[in-house]
Design a binder for this molecule. Structure first.
Ligand code: 13P
Length: 229
């Protein structure tokens, strides 16, 4: 299983350090086959040693240059960061990232050999139209994406389940993952209101290879509890 924590715009440099120390201590009891990835805010990047991978929530598709407010691979390389999240719905919706820009980022980070955690997810009005509409929508989010890339991990995060406390149902997750796996044979994570109360149920669904957790992973102990089971 892959357990990924997306801090979004939470935690500081100091609290991330304390978090990762607490997490590392707890991970001593972790199953050797399980993988842990943590995506802190960019201000908290540092050299951390531990049984987890530090990833970037975002970066611009360039090494460096005149891109005010952005960071590129030069800044990630300083901390040995080689994993990146691309296509998160918050960036697509709030920051206006188009499919073509997302695809440009994907191509750049692929070219540079990064592990890419690529996010897809449908809005509520699409979910209400049924499974077929959901699948058409999700597959359109792979436009311009090389789904055969060997360092690709996909995360299915229905937008209506993110931060709402209401995760997708077991049936919705199972059907969607099964449908996606017909086209994309890559590790597939589920994200959207994953928490200690539902993680066992979610990780035991066939076709779920891991979870991408926001709010419930902001506390190191909580995240560790979910990893250790
Ligand atoms: P929540 O776990 O807070 O619903 O967030 C999910 C998410 O968007 C992770 O990327």
């Amino acid at each position: 299983m892959i357990y990924a924590a997306n801090f979004k715009m939470n935690h500081t440099r100091a609290s991330t350090k304390a978090y990762l120390e607490a997490l590392q201590e707890a991970l001593a009891g972790k199953n050797a086959d399980d993988r842990v990835i943590v995506f802190p805010p960019a201000t908290a990047y540092d050299h951390y040693e531990g049984d987890f991978t530090l990833g970037a929530q975002n970066a611009y598709p360039a090494k460096e240059g005149a891109y005010t407010g952005e960071i590129g691979t030069a800044q990630l390389e300083e901390f040995g960061i080689r994993t990146i999240l691309i296509g998160h719905s918050e960036r697509r919706q709030l920051l206006g990232e188009s499919q073509s820009f997302v695809a440009e980022k994907f191509a750049y980070f692929k070219e540079n050999g990064f592990e890419i955690l690529y996010c897809i997810g449908e809005p509520l009005h699409i979910r209400q139209q049924g499974d077929e509409a959901v699948m058409t929508y999700l597959l359109s989010q792979f436009e311009g994406i090389d789904t055969s890339y060997e360092k690709l991990i996909v995360a299915y995060e229905p937008i209506w389940a993110i931060g709402t406390g209401r995760s997708a149902t077991v049936e919705e997750i199972a059907t969607t993952h099964e449908g996606l796996k017909k086209t994309i044979q890559k590790p597939l994570l589920y994200g959207g209101s994953v928490k200690p109360e539902n993680i066992k149920e979610i990780t035991s669904i066939r076709g779920v290879d891991g979870v991408l957790i926001g709010s419930a992973a902001l506390d190191a102990k909580n995240f560790a509890t979910m990893i250790l089971g």
